[in-house]
Design a protein around this ligand. Structure first.
Ligand code: GLA
Length: 409
């Protein structure tokens, strides 16, 4: 081989490595290209979590077809911790997790699923368990060695100011990035410090926009706290401009199928919702590109709950590759209309009736910025219902109708 040929050969080999390196780096940048989906332990189990029941939930997710529909995460929320060992490594509660978290992660991975875990940017978590402040690097390495894929990082017992929050989230994000494993970071400071403005810069892939959801439609005027579906909707719907692939507004867990179960979601007036309201939440969370985390007991679901959680046509709107959060184009006390552009040129629309009476509704597409003629598919009836420049129909009290519009000739 001549010197010149050797030089070109070397250049070729090096550029191949460079391109591969670039692909790897850019892969990393888009952790969570679509909103994460799965199941979170808090609302149903709270402190009563253990590996046996988490495995049962995972098995149920496979057998009812949830994993197949895209729900591939199990998120262990607070209360899993057992303190630190004599080398300050964080450890799981040996009674709740006798086989250890690594074995649980291996179990999830063997089922084609992923495992998320929880910590907090202070000395103690919200429920008073061991948290990660001052141990960010060590804990990130431990999580990576266990095979964790996501960290929900809470903000209880931490200083109120935004700069400290940003710095603490960034410290954990940097530690995760250097942990040797791709671990998504969910910022969970509940909205007071507007994490949508700095969550990406701090290294998060998603951020909670509100305080915890309770199992209710909306807060009553006399209630001091306890957000329901509408309270959270009204915050999250205004934040569309901040969402996109790898940066999601997290409107908190789905309460579908909880039916007023006592537990954290049952506090603050969370006495339960109707199936229509649960279906509404699912539609609205999906079109707003919120992560979809079920939080009910997936081992014991009735058919209605299954039909809501497994509506693949609605899930496809949430998981659409364009990653655009719907814009609320009509907003009054009775009706809210959302429009979301989709990657293939279609549009999704959602029509919510906030009032206590059924409403006859006409949506003229040009009025909401859609100027073509469209084929209209009803995503809850699973049926193409017509073609035209408007939709006319009834929306029941607290119902959300959802449609996919395809340009028609
Ligand atoms: C906070 C979070 C909840 C849950 C609990 C656990 O309240 O917002 O989602 O993680 O802590 O203690």
């Amino acid at each position: 081989m001549s010197k010149k040929t050797f030089f070109y050969f070397l250049l070729f080999v090096l550029s191949t490595f460079y391109v591969q390196g670039q692909i790897k780096t850019s892969d990393r940048k888009i952790l969570a290209p679509t909103p994460p989906m799965g199941w979170m332990s808090w609302n149903f189990f709270a402190e009563k979590i253990n590996e046996k029941e988490l495995k049962e939930i995972a098995d149920a997710m496979v057998s009812v077809g949830m994993v197949n529909a895209g729900y591939n995460y199990i998120f262990i929320d607070d209360c899993w911790q057992g303190g630190r060992d004599n080398k300050n490594n964080i450890i799981a509660d040996p009674v709740k997790f006798p086989s250890g978290i690594k074995a649980l992660a291996d179990y999830m991975h063997s089922k084609g699923m992923k495992l998320g875990i929880y910590s907090d940017a202070a000395l103690l978590t919200c429920a008073g368990y061991t948290a990660s402040l001052h141990f960010e690097k060590q804990d990130a390495k431990t999580f990576a060695s266990w095979g964790i894929d996501y960290l929900k990082y809470d903000y209880c017992n931490a200083p109120e100011n935004t700069d400290t929050a940003k710095a603490r989230y960034k410290r954990m994000a940097d530690a995760l990035r250097k942990s040797g494993r791709d671990i998504m970071l969910g910022v969970c400071e509940w909205g007071p410090r507007k994490p949508w403005l700095w969550g990406t810069e701090a290294g998060g892939q998603l951020w909670r926009t509100t305080y915890d959801i309770r199992d209710k439609w909306k807060k009553k005027p006399e209630e001091k706290w306890g957000d329901g579906i509408l309270d959270i909707l009204d915050v999250n719907a205004e934040l569309a401009e901040y969402a996109g692939p790898g940066k999601w507004n997290d409107a908190d867990m789905l309460i579908t199928g909880l039916y007023g179960k006592k537990g954290p979601s049952g506090d603050g007036g969370g006495t339960g919702c109707t199936d229509t309201e649960y279906q509404s939440q699912f539609s609205l969370w999906a079109i707003m590109n919120s992560p979809l985390y079920a939080s009910n007991d997936l081992r014991n679901m009735n058919e209605t709950t299954k039909n809501i959680l497994l509506n693949k046509e609605v899930i496809a709107i949430n998981q659409d590759a364009l990653g655009m959060q719907a814009i609320r184009v009509i907003k009054n006390d009775t009706l809210n209309v959302f429009v979301k552009a989709l990657a293939n040129g279609d549009f999704a629309i959602a029509v919510l009736n906030r009032s206590d009476l059924p409403q006859n509704v006409i949506i003229s597409f040009p009025v909401i910025g859609l100027t073509d003629k469209y084929e209209i598919r009803d995503l809850w009836l699973h049926k193409t219902i017509g073609k035209g420049k408007r939709w006319k129909g009834i929306v029941q009290s607290h119902e959300t109708r959802m449609f996919r519009l395809k340009k028609a000739s």
